[in-house]
Design a protein around this ligand. Structure first.
Ligand code: NA7
Length: 542
C-alpha cells in the first residue's frame, strides 16, 4: 500500500463508493442509498451521463431502440419521459440522463470532476482505501466500479500525434463545443459503429473527407421514424410487457430467436426472414435471426452473403465493394453498426476511401496522416474513431490492489478473469458492472444488463449485511468454473475467430478472450440468481 493510502486519518469514511455516473452508476447509487447506506458516486465528467456525456461527436446516437434503453425499475420514471424518435441522438439521450438524475435526486451524492486513481484493499480493516487524482481519500466497505464497458478510449495510437498542426479529436473525448467543418479537410480513422456515425454526418459539411479503412465492416440500415404522441403512447403502454420479457431474451432486446432450426427451413423461407429482419432496420437482423449465425460456418456464410449483396447493390462501384465489403469474417461475429445513407457517402466527390490494410498509418505528421508507403494526406482535422480498451480498460486504468497487494492490472495483463463479471477472486467487496465475462454491451442491450447487474450487487450487499457478513469474495474454484463455462460457450462460436474489441485483439498485448458472455442474457440472469438463491455457494463470506 502506498504511504498516501496508508494514511486513513484524512479519509472520508462511508459504506460504499460507486465509480461512474452513467447508466449503471446512477441506478447503483440510487439502490444503495435507498438501502440506507452512506454512499457517494464519483465521476471524471462534469455531469451525469457516462457514455452519453463523453460521446458527443457529430452524429452520435442510439443503436438500441430508445424505449428499450430506458430503465424499467420505476414506471413513473419510464412514462414521464418521451422520446422524439426510435433512435434519438446524443443530446436527447444526455437530457434523459439528466432527467433521471434529477428525478431521483441523485446529484447531491455525486462528486463530478473527480477521478479515482487507486483503490487498495486494507486487510487489517477489511475495507477499501480509495484515492482520487486531486488527493481526496475514501475509506469504504464496498467499492463498486461502474466505470463502463466502453469508456477507456484508445487515444494515443500513433507516433507524432502531438506534432499535428490541425486539431485532433478522439470521438469519445469530443469537446463540448460546435465544431465547424466548413472548408476543412478532415481525416477519419476507423469505421466501427462510431466512425460510421461520424462519417455519414459530416460528409456533406466538410470540404474533403478521407476515410482510413483497415477492416471492412458489415452494416445494417437503420429505420428511424420520428415519434409523435401516438407512437409514444403505444410504447409506453407496453411497459409491463417489456419489463417481463426483456430480461429473458438472448440479447436483452424485445426480439429473440423464434424461427427454430435454420437449416430445416426452406431457402425461400430463410430469405423471407432475412429480408424481413433487414427491413426492420434495427439490430434484429443480427441478434434475432438465428443462433446458428454465430456457430455454423455455412449459415454464417449464407447470411453474410445476403448482407454483402445488399451492400453491393448500394455501392455499385467494384473498387468500393472491394474496399468496404467484408469477405474474411462472418456477419455478426462482431458488432454490427446501424447506418443511415452511410455507403452512399462514398459516392460523393469530396469523399475518398483509403485502404490502410496493407499500407498502415505509420505516424501523424504536422501536415496530416502518413502511411507506410510515404504518402502524407494533408488535413486540418484528424478524427480518431479508433475505439476503446473495452471491458477491462476502465478497471485497469485504476490502480486496484486486492488481498496480499495483488494488482488487477498485472493479473489482467496475463489473463482476464472474473466471477460472472460481477466480482473477482482476490478482491473482496469489489463489485463490477459492464466488466468482462458478462453479457455487457457487446451482446446485450446495455440498460437491460446493467439493471440486472446493479440489482444483483445491491441484493448481495443487503443479504450479506443482514447476516452480519463484512466481506464477500468469490472463491477460486467458483471463478475457475465460471471462466471455463464462459470459454466453453465462446469457443464453440465463430466470434472468437474474428478480430475486434470483442476479443480484446484491438489492444496490443491484451490477452485474447471473448469479453462478453455469449450464453444469453436470460441464461446469465438465471445463473446470477442461482448464486443468490444458494446463499452465495462458492463464495467466501467473512
Ligand atoms: P471499434 O468498433 O473498436 O472500431 C474502431 C475502428 O478503428 C475500427 O474500424 C478499427 O479498425 C479502426 N482502427 C483502430 N486502430 C486503427 C489503426 N491503427 N489504423 C487504422 N484503423 C484503426 O470502436 P467504435 O468506437 O466504433 O465502437 C465501439 C463500440 O461502441 C461499438 O461496438 C458499440 O458497441 C459502441 P480494425 O477493425 O481494428 O481493423
Amino acid at each position: 500500500m502506498s504511504d498516501a493510502l496508508s494514511n486513513t486519518k484524512t479519509a472520508t469514511k462511508i459504506d460504499a463508493l460507486v465509480v461512474g455516473a452513467g447508466v449503471a452508476g446512477l441506478y447503483q447509487l440510487y439502490q444503495l442509498r435507498n438501502m440506507g447506506l452512506t454512499v457517494k458516486a464519483l465521476d471524471t465528467a462534469s455531469n451525469v451521463g457516462g457514455t452519453w456525456y463523453w460521446n458527443r461527436y457529430p452524429g452520435a446516437k442510439f443503436d438500441s431502440e430508445a424505449y428499450i434503453y430506458q430503465y424499467l425499475f420505476d414506471e413513473a420514471l419510464y412514462k414521464n419521459w418521451s422520446w422524439s424518435s426510435r433512435f434519438p441522438g446524443q443530446p436527447e439521450i444526455e437530457r434523459w440522463m439528466n432527467y433521471v438524475a434529477d428525478s431521483l435526486d441523485l446529484r447531491k451524492d455525486i462528486l463530478f470532476k473527480t477521478t479515482v486513481i487507486s483503490a487498495h484493499f486494507d486487510e487489517t480493516t477489511q475495507r477499501w482505501l480509495v484515492e482520487t487524482l486531486a488527493g481526496q481519500r475514501f475509506d469504504v466497505q464496498y467499492f463498486v466500479a461502474c466505470g463502463g464497458m466502453l469508456s477507456a478510449p484508445l487515444e494515443n495510437l500513433f507516433p507524432g500525434q502531438d506534432s499535428f498542426k490541425g486539431r485532433l479529436f478522439h470521438t469519445a473525448r469530443w469537446p463540448n463545443e460546435v465544431i465547424d467543418f466548413k472548408g476543412k479537410r478532415v481525416g477519419v480513422i476507423g469505421i466501427g459503429a462510431t466512425g460510421i456515425q461520424v462519417i455519414q454526418t459530416i460528409a456533406s459539411e466538410v470540404d474533403q473527407l478521407k476515410v482510413f479503412i483497415r477492416t471492412p465492416q458489415y452494416v445494417n440500415p437503420m429505420a428511424n421514424p420520428s415519434y409523435g404522441p401516438a407512437e409514444v403512447d403505444a410504447y409506453k403502454a407496453r411497459f409491463e410487457e417489456l419489463k417481463a420479457t426483456l430480461p429473458h431474451t438472448f440479447s436483452g432486446f424485445e426480439y429473440d430467436f423464434v424461427h427454430g432450426p435454420w437449416k430445416k427451413m426452406s431457402v425461400e423461407r430463410r430469405q423471407e426472414i432475412l429480408e424481413e429482419n433487414w427491413q426492420h432496420g434495427a439490430l434484429k437482423m443480427w441478434l434475432a435471426t438465428c443462433p446458428e449465425m454465430f456457430m455454423d460456418e455455412e449459415v454464417s456464410e449464407e447470411i453474410s452473403e445476403f448482407v454483402r449483396q445488399k451492400m453491393r447493390d448500394r455501392l455499385k462501384d467494384p473498387h468500393l465493394c472491394e474496399l468496404l465489403i467484408p469477405t474474411d469474417y462472418g456477419f455478426g461475429t462482431h458488432r454490427v453498426p446501424l447506418e443511415h445513407h452511410y455507403l452512399e457517402v462514398y459516392h460523393r466527390p469530396n469523399v475518398e476511401a483509403i485502404s490502410v490494410r496493407g499500407n498502415p498509418i505509420t505516424e501523424i505528421v504536422p501536415e496530416g496522416i502518413k502511411t507506410a508507403d510515404g504518402t502524407v494526406y494533408a488535413l486540418d482535422y484528424v478524427i480518431l474513431a479508433t475505439g476503446f480498451d473495452a471491458g477491462s480498460g476502465a478497471l485497469t486504468r485504476i490502480d486496484i490492489r486486492g488481498r496480499e497487494g495483488r494488482s488487477l492490472k498485472e493479473e489482467w495483463r496475463k489473463d482476464i478473469r472474473t466471477s460472472l463479471g460481477l466480482m473477482i477472486h482476490g478482491y473482496p467487496n469489489l463489485f463490477t458492472t459492464g466488466a468482462p465475462l458478462a453479457p455487457s454491451a457487446a451482446l446485450c442491450n446495455m440498460t437491460t444488463c446493467l439493471q440486472q447487474q446493479t440489482e444483483w450487487i445491491a441484493e448481495c450487499i443487503s443479504n450479506t449485511r443482514a447476516k452480519g457478513v463484512k466481506v464477500i469474495e468469490p472463491g477460486e474454484t467458483f471463478q475457475n468454473d465460471w471462466v471455463e463455462h464462459h470459454d466453453g460457450l465462446a469457443n464453440a462460436t465463430l466470434v472468437v475467430k474474428t478480430h475486434s474489441w470483442y476479443m480484446g485483439s484491438n489492444v496490443e498485448g491484451k490477452p485474447r478472450r471473448l469479453l462478453s458472455y455469449i450464453g444469453g442474457v436470460g441464461q446469465y440472469r438465471q445463473k446470477c440468481s442461482e448464486v443468490t438463491a444458494s446463499n452465495y455457494a462458492g463464495f467466501v463470506l467473512r
